[in-house]
Design a protein around this ligand. Structure first.
Ligand code: MG
Length: 341
């Protein structure tokens, strides 16, 4: 099968500067790829690299896309090196468009829903921020920790838990900010509190991080989750090989061909949380379609991110406590492709 191939780069300012462990982040670089088969069927995929996480850069993606020329076969995906996990994701998504759609159509129920987790700000602001989110129906929350003084943050944990109704769940995201001692203090405190999991307590690139993370997972009852440790297919395979007992927070856009990576995770019966890489609605649509098709336990989506871009045409639907399968129809890759012309 031969496809017509094209790609368009984007640089999109966020509505508000995103605070990250690596400093402020004002605009997102990426590319949309488009394939069209001989029958005129069109597939889209998004390459949304995060070089600060260790992915390839947009310049590398652009260079390889130019080198592919205007016509490709499915073999092109096999020829893109594993190191270019974001581009492999985009090609896999675009070429896989129909296979996925054909399978999904069988069991699709338009009113089927997945819950969405709400993002909460770091520090004391969390106590006010949680109230309106509870009011509109969110029950899973992700709170950024590891930003301020650990003692202050730990004391806020109980204040925050006191705001939560029965059945609500809290995810703590440390973004790798802790060392072993700080992590232990936190994990002790999380026991017997409504903490669904603690995300990336130790930095992915810290010395001995694999052993540290596995040790903490074995020593404390609270579930741990990997996020920054999962960049590229190789990382997913390595942690599966290590028998990681916790959650995989999957930024699907970063981990290569989505169908292949998810098949491996499903085979291992891994616990997966589908999570945003702050990509446009094109990449989000790929991830959410896979999330609706996922056969394992369905945890709340990490997609409470919209509105995100200064130009709303690139967003998905505004953050709500639930996403319906029918909401995916609002994610229109062709409109985004056209907007980039
Ligand atoms: Mg995270």
């Amino acid at each position: 099968m031969e496809y017509r191939f094209s790609h368009r780069r984007y640089r999109l300012p966020f509505r508000a500067v995103v605070r990250t462990a690596h400093g402020p982040w004002a605009e997102r670089d990426g590319a949309i790829v488009r394939v069209e088969d001989e029958a005129g069927r069109v597939g889209y995929g998004e390459a949304a690299p995060l070089p600060r996480f260790g992915t390839e850069t947009i310049e590398e993606i652009d260079g390889v896309c130019r080198g592919l020329g205007g016509r490709i076969t499915a073999q092109a995906l096999a020829e893109v090196p594993a190191r270019l996990g974001c581009l492999r994701h985009a090609l896999g998504a675009a070429i896989g468009e129909w296979a996925e759609a054909d399978g999904a159509a069988v069991a699709a129920e338009a009113n089927e829903t997945l819950t969405v987790s709400a993002l909460l700000p770091a520090g004391r602001a969390v106590l006010e921020a949680v109230k309106p989110k509870l009011e509109i129906g969110f029950r899973t929350f992700k709170w950024k920790v590891g930003v301020g003084d650990p003692a202050d943050e730990i004391s806020l944990l109980d204040d925050l838990c006191a705001e939560l109704p029965e059945g609500a769940k809290l995810r703590l995201d440390a973004n790798g900010a802790w060392d072993r001692r700080k992590a232990e203090r936190w994990l002790e405190r999380c026991a017997e509190r409504p903490v669904e999991f603690v995300e990336q307590p130790i930095a992915a690139d810290a010395r001995g991080s694999e052993d540290l993370l596995r040790g903490l997972a074995a020593d404390f009852p609270v579930t741990l989750a990997l996020d920054e440790s999962l960049v590229g297919e190789g990382d997913v395979m390595r942690w599966l090989g290590l028998g990681w007992p916790g959650v995989y927070v999957l930024k699907l856009a970063l981990v290569g061909d989505p169908a292949v990576t998810l098949a491996r995770l499903a085979h291992a019966k891994a616990a997966v949380v589908f999570s945003s890489s702050l990509e446009t609605a094109v990449g989000a649509r790929t991830a959410l379609r896979h999330a609706f098709a996922w056969k394992g336990a369905r945890r709340a989506l990490g997609y409470g991110v919209w509105p995100l871009f200064a130009d709303r045409r690139f967003d998905g639907p505004a953050a709500a406590p639930f996403l319906r399968r029918s909401d995916l129809a609002q994610l229109d890759p062709e409109a985004i492709w056209t907007a980039l012309d």
